[in-house]
Design a protein around this ligand. Structure first.
Ligand code: SF4
Length: 290
């Protein structure tokens, strides 16, 4: 099996230092929405400068290089053991080269491993076998500040008057945005999962964040709710980094799941403006990045 350590190292470098085109385009559109001379506009302009500089200098977009979350879609015959080893070596090297800050802290002994490698749980690597002959590795770097403002609700929620339906989902998602204020480094992107159990629901709310900005759910009901939530969140006046203004959320992505009759969970994963996610595809000898 081919050794992809160098190519994975490049995936990590690109993800940490260069935001994907769809995210950058959405952020640039947001600058124009804010009043010239306002604090919100200033915050958006600083964000854009930051994006340009970090790409030019190949330095991390944010000092918190986040939790590395890998999704590997591998054709039959590839060894997941070897791929895991290669991902871990590439991540340790990326840390040495300062593309990544050492972010893996043992929660029991409060000790930083220094190289972004924890036990089996850091980095997070999900493997899925797929048909065909293409290997794809997707990487998301999820910041800690925005992770802290993620939320999970068990419906019905009497305090919010949220029942077990899409109207209830709308209420709790807007509650999560209200509570986050600017602390998740707005403007944010909302990943929402409806259903599942507590674990699978949070997991799905993050997975949906791998979809591109503007991609709508194929279910028209959910697509409509995605657009409505983005518009309503932007009417809250929280704005970039909490400075007020029109850009609180640049997109909302929802996924529907099955649930037990007894439970109705809604999980909200909040992604900050440093929406770092990239993909590498291997086909034969060719490796491409997007
Ligand atoms: S939430 Fe995002 S932008 Fe804010 S400090 Fe963390 S990684 Fe950086």
């Amino acid at each position: 099996m081919r050794d992809l350590t160098e190519q994975i190292l490049e995936l990590i470098r690109v993800t940490s230092t260069s935001l994907p085109p769809d995210v950058e385009a959405a952020l640039r559109r947001s600058v124009e929405q804010e009043e010239p001379g306002s604090a919100a506009r200033g915050a958006m302009e600083t964000i854009i400068k930051n994006i340009e500089l970090s790409r030019q200098k190949s330095t991390p977009i944010c000092q918190d290089t986040g939790t590395p979350i890998f999704y590997v879609y591998y054709p039959t015959g590839w060894s997941t053991l070897k791929l895991r080893e290669q991902i871990r070596s590439a991540l340790a090297e990326a840390t040495k080269r300062s593309y990544m800050r050492p972010n893996a802290v043992d929660a029991v002994y409060d000790k930083n491993s220094g190289n972004n490698l924890g036990g089996e749980d850091f980095p997070y690597i999900h493997f899925e076998e797929v048909e065909g002959d293409e290997l794809t590795i997707e990487l998301m770097l999820k910041g800690g500040g925005c992770e802290n403002v993620g939320a999970q609700y068990s419906l019905p929620d009497n305090r919010l008057g949220a029942g077990r339906d899409l109207a209830g989902v709308r209420k709790v998602v807007l509650d999560a945005v209200q509570k986050a204020q600017g602390q998740g480094c707005a403007p944010g992107i909302l990943g929402v999962a409806i259903g599942g159990d507590r674990g699978s629901s949070y997991y799905a709310s993050k997975k949906v964040l791998y979809d591109k900005i503007g991609e709508r759910n194929s279910d028209p009901k959910l697509a409509e709710l995605e657009e409505r939530l983005t518009a309503e969140a932007n009417e809250m006046g929280i704005g970039p980094m909490g400075f007020g203004g029109k850009t609180t959320v640049i997109d909302t992505k929802i996924t529907g799941m099955h649930r037990l009759p007894a439970s109705y969970f809604v999980s909200v994963s909040y992604m900050c403006w440093a929406y770092r996610r990239r993909k590498m595809t291997v086909k034969g000898d060719e490796v491409s990045y997007e």
